[in-house]
Write a protein of this length. Structure first.
Length: 696
């Protein structure tokens, strides 16, 4: 869908070391990594899927529709602690949204070495902007022509371009040159796998070239199997800076390694070290016991920091599925929690849905590995199906996997669920890997426990608020009405938006819409009190200004420490008129029958709850049959970085260009545009549309 040359070209022309191209499919909330260059698969894996609400530069760039620039490691750690913990290297980063036709299609991320100037040049910015416009145009063209955007499960990694006119004689001469050198030299690809080693290098490390080629040295040379060694490789790839370390080859030979990275790989220079290293160089010394790999620690740290941003159970489940499968090696995952004496599957990845339905709801008394992990609190590992069969003779091979890990989820010493990991090849599960997977399950269990508490609190508050809003609006002859309410995005408590429609004398009605300050159960409860007060005063026949004044005195008497905005509209359907009054609320928008729109800017009134003696003036205007009156709360129009008046003008323009024949369709259209422009939504939305159909 996007030519590889677009990404490799912008990387080349800007002098960047690494590039990532993310796609945001329409209607989805997760960024998918489509293309990457200048980076290895194992380093890119944790960033293959990024929730749109994550505190990550590319997600911020897309949500806020602006460029993000991080000029050094200190700024990265300050603004994005998660990124700073997982990638504690010195590099510069730019993230730009890919926007076309008013829609955000994805994002572009570029990394530079630390020696890049502290700011992007105008030429670099123009190059990046052109690339983003080109990608947006291609994706928009695909959607407009009915071609679906690709469902990206794994990113495509692009290799650095190589010269096509290599002289074979020169290549042979270069090979002979390295073979004659008395010092060791070797070449690694960006994934850390050895592509070449000269005879001196093989002699120094004490292994033949055949046993090393195609492997990562720290995985086949036991004395290099140290987190410090792999961490230096990762730093060289990400920061594009020379890195050195000293390691001991048994029994007592010290070797000095120097890594020189580029876009195509890493050149390594190996020489004997005169003596045992001191100070910081001791970090790379090899321990006799098998250590946890740096790759495992890297992914575990990334997973732990990502879990801190998950809010509800659904967030945790999605994050676990997104992170564990690509980062820790399994091909499939199933997550179960205990509920009413059964193990319920709450999330899975890589397994067939029908298979998960078969295992969903297993009794805690059944003899199944996932259940046994819950009942015993012990992790079990099966390197092959034969090992599983020995432990469970009645087991049937149903999932197509070749090795399994069954891990308990333990909170405060109590198992609350289990995590099943399936691998598509036999796996020995060495002690270091078992330790990593056990730690992973512990982090996941704690996050699930916090998420359950949040979901319970959120559900109670939401039930309170929705119970205080009208279940259905009354039918008023000659008046069509559409109402919508949308809570804020996940991670926020419940809000205080409210609306109501109160019938009056024949052919009259009072409409109210308001917003209580705050996002908690206190705001929701106060909203219910205000709605009751407004309804009581409207039923008594008070004017819009009087309704606000009396409700304001009630709120100041209650002294809840919260303020509220409110707008009252009294409809006279017989004469085609409407009277309005506002207490600091966004202005109503009127679409006239001919399609022209007016923003009804009323005399400003104080928010409710500030001054008990505040006055609220009423204003009257025409409301003929076929007109549409739109009342809304600020969540419909507010967007970070946008002036509120400009946003209201945009709403009026959208109302003008959308035929109002079906108010429900019109309401859904307005909400859809609001959600596209402000993702994730940080405030709840209430919307009321009213249209007199004919003179009563």
């Amino acid at each position: 869908m996007v030519p590889d040359s677009l990404l490799t070209g912008v990387v080349r022309d800007t002098g960047a070391s690494t590039g990532f191209l993310y796609l945001l499919p329409p209607g989805e909330r997760v960024l998918r990594l489509g293309l990457a260059c200048g980076i290895s698969e194992q380093i890119a894996a944790p960033w293959a899927r990024i929730p749109l609400n994550a505190a990550i530069p590319v997600a911020d760039a897309i949500r806020e529709r602006r460029w993000i620039w991080l000029r050094d490691q200190e700024e990265t750690a300050r603004r994005y602690p998660r990124l700073g913990v997982v990638l504690p290297y010195d590099f510069m980063l730019a993230a730009a949204p890919i926007i076309g036709g008013g829609i955000v299609w994805g994002g572009l991320v570029l990394l530079w070495p630390a020696w890049h100037p502290a700011r992007l040049s105008s030429t670099e910015r123009d190059t990046i902007a052109r690339c983003c416009r080109r990608v947006a145009g291609l994706w928009r063209e695909a959607v407009d022509s009915g071609r679906p955007l690709p469902r990206l499960e794994r990113p495509r990694l692009l290799s650095a371009p190589r010269p096509s006119d290599i002289d074979p004689a020169q290549a042979i001469a270069a090979l002979g040159f390295t073979e004659r050198l008395p010092m060791g030299c070797c070449a690694l690809d960006l994934d850390g796998r050895l592509l070449f080693i000269n005879p001196a290098g093989a002699e120094l490390v004490g292994a033949g070239a055949a046993s090393l080629l195609g492997h990562r040295p720290w995985e086949v040379l036991e004395w290099l199997r140290n987190p410090g060694v792999e961490e230096r490789y990762r730093a060289a790839v990400v920061a594009r800076q020379p890195i050195s370390f000293t390691a001991r080859r048994p029994p007592n030979t010290w070797l000095f390694f120097q890594m020189y990275p580029s876009a195509s790989g890493i050149s390594v220079h190996i020489t004997p070290a005169d003596e045992e290293p001191r100070g910081a160089e001791q970090e790379a010394r090899v321990r006799s016991a098998e250590p946890v790999s740096a790759n495992g620690l890297f992914h575990l740290t990334h997973f732990a920091t990502a879990l801190t941003e998950a809010v509800g159970v659904e967030d945790v489940v999605e994050l676990a599925a997104d992170q564990i499968v690509p980062a820790f090696g399994p091909r499939a995952l199933a997550l179960g929690t205990v509920h009413e004496g059964r193990l319920r599957i709450v999330g899975h990845r890589g397994y067939r849905a029908e298979l998960m339905e078969r295992f969903d709801g297993l009794s805690l008394t059944s003899n199944a590995p996932a259940v046994r992990a819950v009942s015993t609190g012990m992790a079990t590992f099966f390197p092959s199906f034969a090992d599983l069969k020995r432990a469970y003779p009645k087991a049937v091979h149903q999932d197509g996997m070749a090795a399994w890990a069954f891990l308990p989820l333990i909170v405060s010493g109590r198992p609350v669920g289990s995590l099943v990991l399936g691998y598509d090849a036999p796996r020995p599960f060495p002690p270091a890997e078992r330790a990593i997977l056990t730690s992973l399950a512990g982090l996941l269990a704690q996050a699930m426990d916090r998420a359950r508490l949040y979901d319970t609190k959120h559900a109670l508050a939401h039930t309170l608020q929705t119970g205080l809003l009208p279940r259905a609006l009354p039918h008023i002859p000659g008046l069509a009405v559409a109402a919508r309410y949308r809570p804020a995005g996940r991670g926020m408590d419940i809000g205080g938006d409210f609306y109501d429609l109160i019938p009056g004398a024949p052919a009259t009605a009072t409409v109210a819409i308001g917003d209580v300050q705050g996002h908690n159960s206190t705001a929701a409860a106060l909203m219910g009190q205000l709605r009751t007060a407004v309804r009581a005063h409207a039923t008594a026949g008070s004017s819009p200004g009087e309704i606000l004044a009396r409700t304001n005195r009630l709120l100041t008497d209650l002294d809840p420490g919260l303020f509220a905005s409110c707008l009252i509209a009294q409809l006279d359907l017989e004469h085609g008129r409407v009277r309005l009054a506002s207490a600091g609320h966004p202005p109503a928008v009127l679409r006239r029958p001919d399609g022209a729109t007016d923003v009804l800017r009323l005399p400003p009134g104080l928010l409710l709850g500030i001054d008990p003696d505040a006055d609220y003036a009423s204003t009257e205007t025409g409301l003929p049959p076929g007109a549409v009156l739109a009342l809304y709360t600020d969540g419909l129009v507010e967007k970070p970085g946008t002036d509120i008046d400009d946003a209201i003008t945009t709403l009026a323009g959208r109302l003008s260009t959308t035929p109002p024949y079906d108010l429900d369709t019109l309401a859904d259209t307005l909400l859809h545009h609001a959600e596209l422009l402000s993702a994730p939504r940080l405030d709840d939305i209430a919307l009321l549309l009213l249209c007199p159909r004919h003179a009563p």
